[in-house]
Design a protein around this ligand. Structure first.
Ligand code: FAD
Ligand code: FMN
Length: 772
């Protein structure tokens, strides 16, 4: 095969040498516009796992790289006068120049033709190649030329960064945060040889502009960074080697995803590789890793399918299919980490104590969890757990650490014994809104199951406020009496608290029970609907009436009546349901609120009626007891509310006296396109908690103690609610405690004799198959 690689970066060089090594008869060329040994940038980092992969492909290159590596385990975080360190993180760093030299030398040894100082303008310059690898970096000419085929989606991120170096050895990967009169700057610092370190300085566009850095030349920028990080530099100088960049050398990161990675130009097959195909932010340091792994995968496909020109289409198709998945996974993690650094100044640096700030930083990609941290540095993690508990006034008799989800939380005068919540779940099993034996058993079992707080399902404030005829209600004495029996049982028989979720279905009412047709209108026995505007939920669904002031007065009185009954019943707290497209949510979302009066339009108008209800309830609900609000923090629909809107509403409810925002999302519009995934709504909770300064519940695809511990420990939420896991397992909390080896959590006294056996069985199963 005749192979031409445009670009002599890690991707082009490594692919070239792998193919030449596979078959010396291949004619392989790398064409690079720079001179040999001439490159920008300082050191790059990658993980032990990538190295392992490379050892299997070409031991010679791997050995040369390993002998030039700087390996380190520690991460140090510097903020607000504190310098904190943790170990066990396993990075390797190498100078970019050194890395390329090793690859170039290996290419030469294998007989790859290296052409330097030649700029390739177009693939048409290489007519005799069977395969052209466009490894020409993030600004790839070739990708641009076939934009229609490759469909690049390039997003310029808001932060500014400058890639500097320093002749100073850093023993740890150091993150240094400094505040100026205009905002926060952070430095990402890592050594890559005996005496040189990469020093990337990053800030927001706003802070960058406020300091006039757009007008600063490279020397002035270097001087600015030297002064800002003087304490950490301890006399060392910063240097730039990006003199080829015109202007200030402060860049914005470009996030790149391509719709397609290969193309036949009529003579040759052209494939994107490395940064030309995708980028991953330096916050996760994976760009070089991805470039190498692309090269490894394509070479592996040729090894599998035959390294002949006829195999090229199939090899390229398989390469793209396999790499696309892995790249998306890394890009997701990189996105979380990148976004963390974009908001660190507005969300975490001022708000969080240094200890918690460090935890949040370490778990920024959401790929490293609480238990990963324990594996990496047990002593540090247990120290953090003790700090977390002590801050809440919790002391264990023997000083043992407590996982964060098992620490108590006090809100007003209500104390929850731990951070796990049974999320509200409609059971559609009531007759005339009255809870019966099913609800007693259902809620009772979950209260005995160890959660700190158990919510009843959405409980409707009038017959017309119900979603279905099977929904629970609280508008009459029979319902109040039946509820009291459940609440009294939970209080007397368990250590859980019990909350009432009060709601009104609005335009989503008068439908069948979930298992008879979710959201489908009732065939008979339906009732008239009201909503913010006269818009049906389903295109052919029942049309609601737009509420007038008299309707609003009636609904407010219904909520107040239910609240008075809740006081008598003795619920520990109430959550006002203003999410999921129900009545109050229909006012908040611009998709469902098209009103032109005082209750539509701007945020304050859309929130006016929900806030009126909330304030009226707060005025009669006992001051000792909390009042929560559930919001849809993202409509997942073009033109709908986003997390920014949710933060505005959260601020309004906070001002009206809300104690906590339960951060859900969606179900407002049938057009929605939610992006599901593990902990997918937790970022909304994180944002609202730390930007608005109010307690939050994170909910949605939280399924393990490890998830809950990570969320609580990082300050992304104060409580974690789980719905579906509690349908599968009423004693989820007790079982998860046993699974992570925590024996001190109390079981109900009636069940105690089952505890030790359960824990022992789990421990035995975890230690491997039984031997005879
Ligand atoms: C601040 C910063 C820090 C980073 N830190 C890390 C890190 O710690 N770890 C990590 O893994 N990655 C890091 N990266 C990313 C890493 O540099 C890239 O992801 C990686 O180099 C990609 O390799 P590549 O071969 O695809 O592209 P590149 O390394 O960009 O190589 C492309 C090559 O093509 C050449 N070229 C371009 N156009 C032409 C043309 N028309 N004709 C001829 N030659 C051409 C260029 O001169 C260049 O040599 C960082 C990036 C930045 C910006
Ligand atoms: C069967 C079922 C019924 C639900 N009913 C309600 C409800 O009454 N009120 C509410 O706010 N959310 C309701 N939800 C949403 C859950 O409270 C929760 O937000 C959602 O299921 C995501 O959490 P999970 O991933 O742990 O299931 C319900 C969810 C399920 C599965």
């Amino acid at each position: 095969m005749r192979i031409a690689c445009i670009g002599g970066g890690p991707a082009g060089l490594y692919f070239a040498l792998l193919m030449k090594k596979m078959n010396p008869a291949h004619a392989v060329r790398v064409i690079e516009r720079n001179r040999p040994y001439d490159t920008f940038g300082w050191g790059v980092v990658f993980s032990d796992a990538t190295m392992q992969n490379m050892r299997g492909c070409d031991p010679e290159t791997a050995a040369a790289i390993e002998s030039a590596f700087n390996h380190w385990d520690d991460i140090e975080v510097v903020i607000k006068g504190r310098r904190m360190r943790t170990t066990g993180h396993g990075f390797v760093g190498i100078g970019r120049r050194r890395l390329l030299n090793i690859l170039q030398a290996r290419c030469e040894a294998l007989g790859v033709e290296l052409v330097f100082e030649r700029e390739v303008e177009s693939d048409a310059e290489l007519p005799d190649a069977d395969l052209i690898i466009a490894a020409d970096g993030v600004n790839s000419n070739i990708r641009q030329r076939y934009e229609d085929v490759f469909r690049p989606d390039m997003q310029l991120r808001p932060n500014r960064f400058i890639w500097l170096g320093t002749k100073k050895r850093f023993e740890a990967f150091t993150f240094d945060f400094r505040k100026t009169e205009h905002g926060w700057f952070q430095a990402h610092i890592y050594g890559f040889d005996a005496d040189t370190s990469t020093f990337i300085v990053e800030t927001t566009e706003e802070t960058f502009n406020a300091h006039g850095l757009g007008a600063a030349d490279q020397d002035q920028s270097v001087a600015f960074c030297e002064a800002l990080f003087a304490e950490t530099l301890a006399g060392a100088r910063l240097e730039t080697n990006a003199r080829h960049l015109r202007g200030s050398a402060w860049l914005n990161f470009s996030r790149l995803i391509c719709g397609h990675w290969h193309h036949f130009n009529g003579r040759s097959h052209v494939a994107l590789m490395g940064d030309a195909a995708h980028t991953a932010h330096f916050a996760i340091g994976a760009g070089t890793k991805l470039a190498f792994e692309d090269a490894i995968e394509l070479a592996a496909q040729f090894a599998r399918l035959g390294d002949r020109p006829e195999s090229i289409p199939a090899a390229l198709a398989a390469y793209e299919e396999i790499r696309r998945v892995e790249v998306a996974r890394i890009q997701n993690a990189a996105r979380n980490a990148m976004e963390w650094f974009e908001v660190v100044g507005s969300r975490y640096a001022d708000q969080l104590a240094p200890e918690q700030f460090m935890y949040s930083l370490l778990t920024r990609s959401q790929r490293i969890s609480h238990e990963n941290l324990r594996l990496r540095d047990k002593a540090w993690l247990e120290g953090y757990e003790r700090w977390f508990a002590r801050r809440l006034g919790v002391e264990t008799p023997d000083g043992a650490a407590i996982p964060p989800m098992f620490t108590p939380l006090q809100i007003r005068e209500v104390q929850l014994q731990n951070r796990i919540v049974v999320s509200p779940m409609a059971m559609y099993s009531a007759f005339e809104g009255v809870p019966d034996d099913f609800h007693m058993v259902h809620l009772g079992a979950r209260a005995l199951g160890g959660a700190g707080l158990v919510f009843g399902e959405m409980t409707c404030v009038s017959p017309e406020a119900r979603i279905t005829p099977g929904c629970l209600g609280l508008w009459n004495g029979a319902q109040a009496k039946a509820w009291k029996r459940i609440v009294d049982f939970v209080h007397a028989g368990s250590s859980a608290k019990i909350g009432l979720q009060l709601g009104h279905a609005g335009r989503k009412g008068s439908t069948r029970r979930a298992w008879e047709g979710m959201d489908q209108p009732l065939v008979e026995g339906g009732w008239p609907l009201i909503s913010a505007s006269a818009l049906p939920y389903l295109p052919d669904g029942q049309l609601p009436r737009a509420m007038d002031r008299a309707d609003m007065d009636k609904v407010r009185e219904d909520f107040l009546h239910a609240t008075r009954l809740a006081v008598e019943i003795g619920f520990d707290l109430i959550e006002l349901h203003a999410a999921h497209g129900y009545l109050l949510s229909s006012f908040l979302s611009p998709l469902t609120n098209r009103r032109s009066d005082d209750y539509g339009g701007a945020h304050a108008n859309r929130a006016r009626f929900p806030l009126e209800i909330f304030r009226a309830m707060r005025a009669i609900w006992p001051p000792a007891k909390p009042l929560f609000v559930r919001l849809s923090c993202h409509d997942w629909t073009e033109g709908g509310n986003t997390p920014d809107d949710a933060a505005i509403f959260a601020g309004m409810f906070k001002e009206a006296g809300a104690d906590l925002i339960d951060c859900s999302s969606g179900q407002v519009s049938k057009e929605e396109a939610p992006v599901y995934g593990r902990l997918f709504q937790t970022p909304f909770s994180d944002k609202i908690r730390n930007e608005v300064g109010i307690s939050t519940i994170a909910v949605g695809a939280i399924s393990e103690a490890d998830h809950a511990n990570s969320i609580i420990a990082a300050g992304r939420a104060d409580l974690c609610a789980l719905a579906r896991p509690h349908l599968a397992d009423p004693a989820w909390t007790l079982h998860e405690a046993a699974r992570i080896g925590l024996k001190t959590i109390p079981w109900p006294k009636q069940y105690l004799s089952g505890k030790a056996a359960y824990e022992n069985n789990l421990a035995r199963a975890a230690s491997g198959p039984a031997t005879r």
